[in-house]
Design a protein around this ligand. Structure first.
Ligand code: SAH
Length: 239
C-alpha cells in the first residue's frame, strides 16, 4: 500500500476498549455486527466523534461488504484497506471526522470525489438526500455502482470522470467531500459549492496533506485547517 490514508497527527491511538480478535474468514453476521459496534465505540466515540447520525450510520453500513475478499476480515480494524487499482478505503476514524465536519442534513445534495469502493458513498446516501460520486477508474466505479444498487441506494449516482472538474450538471452542492489528496483546492469544486455549503478536502504534497474545511459564505470561501493526513493522490485526467 503506497499511502497510509489516515490521520497522522493530533491523534493518540488509544488501546482498544476490549480485545479485538481478528475473525479470520468469519462471515457470521452477528460477529461482524459486533465488530462494527466495537469499531464505533473504540475508534470513533472514544476519540471524540460526537455526531450521532454519523455514529449510527457507521454502526449500520456493512463496511466489510465494500472490502475485497482477502481483507474482509480486517474491515473493522483501525486502518485503511487496500482495494483495486492501488487505491484504499480510508481508516474508519478519518471517514467519521470528514463526515462530521460536513454537518450533513437529510435534505443535502452531495458531491463526492473519489468513489473508490463505494463505502463512503453508501454512508452519504444514508445521511443526505442525493449523492453524485465521481471516480476516475471505471472498474472501481462499476463495482461501487453494483454494490450500491444491491444495497438499495437509489439516491446515489456514480459517474466515471475527472472529479477535479466536479460534476457541473447537478451543481450546486450543499456539501463536497474529496477522498484523495490534492495539491490545491480545485477551482471547479469551489464554483460548484452552494451558498452555505461545506467542502472537506485533503490538501498538500503527495506524502502529507492537511484537511481543509471550507465554508461558502456570501460567495467567499472561508477555510479552516484541520487534521494532518495522508491520502492517495487526486489525479487529473484519464487513468
Ligand atoms: N472513499 C473511498 C476511497 C477513496 S480512495 C471509499 O470509501 O472506498 C480515492 C479514490 O479517488 C480512488 O478510487 C481514486 O481512483 C479516486 N481518484 C483519484 N483522483 C481522482 C479524480 N481526479 N477524479 C475522480 N476520482 C479520483
Amino acid at each position: 500500500m503506497s499511502a497510509f490514508d489516515g490521520v497522522t497527527s493530533r491523534i493518540i491511538l488509544t488501546g482498544r476498549a476490549f480485545p479485538l480478535r481478528r475473525m479470520s474468514s468469519s462471515t457470521d453476521p452477528s460477529i461482524l455486527t459486533a465488530l462494527r459496534q466495537q469499531m464505533v465505540a473504540s475508534q470513533l466515540r472514544a476519540r471524540g466523534v460526537r455526531d450521532e447520525r454519523v455514529l449510527a450510520v457507521m454502526a449500520r453500513v456493512p463496511r466489510h461488504e465494500f472490502a475485497p475478499a482477502p481483507c474482509r476480515d480486517q474491515a473493522y480494524e483501525d486502518h485503511p484497506l487496500l482495494i483495486r487499482e492501488g487505491q484504499t478505503i480510508s481508516q474508519p476514524y478519518i471517514v467519521a471526522l470528514m463526515l462530521e465536519a460536513l454537518a450533513l442534513s437529510p435534505a443535502d445534495r452531495i458531491l463526492e470525489v473519489g468513489t473508490g469502493s463505494g463505502y463512503v458513498t453508501a454512508l452519504l446516501a444514508e445521511l443526505a438526500a442525493q449523492v453524485f460520486s465521481v471516480e476516475r477508474h471505471a472498474v472501481l466505479a462499476d463495482s461501487a455502482r453494483d454494490l450500491l444498487a444491491r444495497f438499495g441506494y437509489s439516491n446515489a449516482k456514480v459517474i466515471v470522470g475527472d472529479g477535479t472538474q466536479g460534476f457541473a450538471e447537478s451543481a450546486p452542492y450543499d456539501a463536497i467531500i474529496v477522498s484523495a489528496g490534492a495539491p490545491e483546492v480545485p477551482g471547479a469544486l469551489l464554483a460548484q459549492l452552494a451558498e452555505g455549503g461545506r467542502m472537506i478536502i485533503p490538501v498538500g504534497s503527495p506524502d502529507s496533506q492537511q484537511l481543509q474545511l471550507i465554508h461558502m459564505e456570501s460567495g467567499q470561501p472561508r477555510t479552516t485547517l484541520r487534521e494532518l493526513c495522508r491520502f492517495v493522490p487526486l489525479i487529473s485526467g484519464p487513468p
